[in-house]
Design a protein around this ligand. Structure first.
Ligand SMILES: O=P(O)(O)OC[C@H]1O[C@@H](O)[C@H](O)[C@@H]1O
Length: 366
């Protein structure tokens, strides 16, 4: 290249544009913005069951996350909380910083302990607070059908909304919230941001697809939704990926769920049933059974949040210490560790495949 023209080379190595012809005036300086988002630095604190995630964040990106382990204890006489935040690192390092709190609201006791901690955090002169609450159980369990029933999702959201202000509203990150309108329970000093675990599933499926040849050997070839609500909510994400869709209809008869196929063809397909959560496992099981009866060569399941008690988890076991459980019709049961109290105890060598929330959180955080 002619050395005279080299000094006019575009900083990106591209050919000079019309205003950069050799010999012309140098172009006006234009501030170039990197297409990569500029990530914040977070000091991370976590509820006891989320400490592992805190450590994972720090070891994955130490320039972006610093984890402060805390002591979560109780006074032996009263049973009330004895908490020391960042018990091993000088806590005043947190002042003036962005704070990420990894929350887990699996019980009333867990909520109250974490609210105690959050109040202290908000009063520690921090710059901003982000609460990652992947699974919001109160927003799931609540069905207020009669006057006098108590809407606990509203109460918990109100408590979070009234945390002391740290300048801007606390961002509450919720994943695949069961009743979307619950996001509006957060107000004042808190604002909800809604996210989905489905991209985690799609990555797992495409990794599997690369090594599994066909539907008969377990490659997911169609997606089923147990009801219209799930289809409306998640359907588009799978249509975009080219999956054929099957929509089922569910009616509840007391504790029983009766499922029928309303739309779509499952014959010779390996069908993955997608739903937001499971508790009794009845919806997934009934749906899987119908799909098998109508000719599916395989059935797998995905729920964003696994909220089953241990005795229900066992029903899905393919092996288990006492053999297969009564719901052992699934090839793979994909879920996430959004609800660590259940997910962390699932056996790793049976039907369950637990997807790690941490990479998703890193993606969704500013
Ligand atoms: O059948 P189980 O597992 O008890 O309940 C899970 C179902 O109940 C619904 O609210 C969920 O969206 C899901 O479809």
């Amino acid at each position: 290249m002619d050395p005279a023209s080299r000094k006019h080379e575009h900083p990106d190595g591209k050919a000079p544009g019309p205003s950069m012809t050799p010999g012309s005036d140098p172009p006006l300086k234009v501030r170039r913005v990197s297409p990569r988002k500029i990530a914040k630095f977070y000091n991370v604190l976590a509820a006891p069951l989320c400490e592992r995630k805190g450590r994972q964040l720090e070891s994955a990106e130490p320039d972006r996350f610093r984890f402060f382990p805390s002591r979560w204890e109780k006074f032996s006489d009263s049973g009330t909380d004895r908490i020391e935040l960042g018990g091993f690192t000088p806590f005043n390092h947190i002042r003036g910083s962005h704070v990420l709190f990894l929350a887990d609201f699996h019980s009333n006791d867990a909520v109250l302990s974490q609210v105690n901690a959050l109040v202290t955090l908000c009063e520690s002169f921090i710059l901003s607070l982000t609460i990652a609450l992947p699974y919001y159980p109160h927003g799931t369990m609540e069905r207020v059908e009669r006057e006098g029933e108590v809407a606990t999702a509203s109460t918990v959201a109100r408590i979070i909304s009234h945390l002391p202000s740290c300048g801007s509203p606390a961002r509450v990150m919720l994943y695949d919230l069961h009743a979307l309108q619950n996001r509006y329970y957060f107000h004042g000093n808190a604002a909800a941001s809604l996210h989905s675990t489905v991209p985690m599933l799609l990555s797992a499926l495409s990794a599997d697809a690369a090594r599994i040849p066909d539907a008969a050997s377990g490659k997911v070839s169609a997606i089923a939704f147990p009801d219209d609500g799930a289809a409306k909510r998640f359907g588009k994400l799978f249509v975009q990926e080219g999956f054929p869709i099957i929509i089922c209809g569910k009616v509840r008869d007391g504790d029983k769920r009766i499922v029928r196929i309303m739309e779509g063809e499952c014959k010779d397909q390996h069908v993955l049933i997608v739903d937001d959560l499971t508790r009794s496992g009845g919806t997934l099981y009934q749906c899987g059974k119908v799909l098998r009866e109508f000719g599916a060569v395989g059935v797998s399941a995905f729920v964003a949040h696994v909220a089953m008690p241990p005795e229900v988890c066992k029903k899905f076991f393919k092996k288990g210490s006492h053999g297969a459980g009564e719901y052992a019709i699934f090839d793979t049961f994909y879920t996430t560790d959004s609800n660590p109290i259940v997910a962390d105890k699932l056996p790793k060598d049976d039907v369950f495949r637990v997807l790690d929330m941490v990479p998703r959180l890193m993606e969704d955080l500013d």
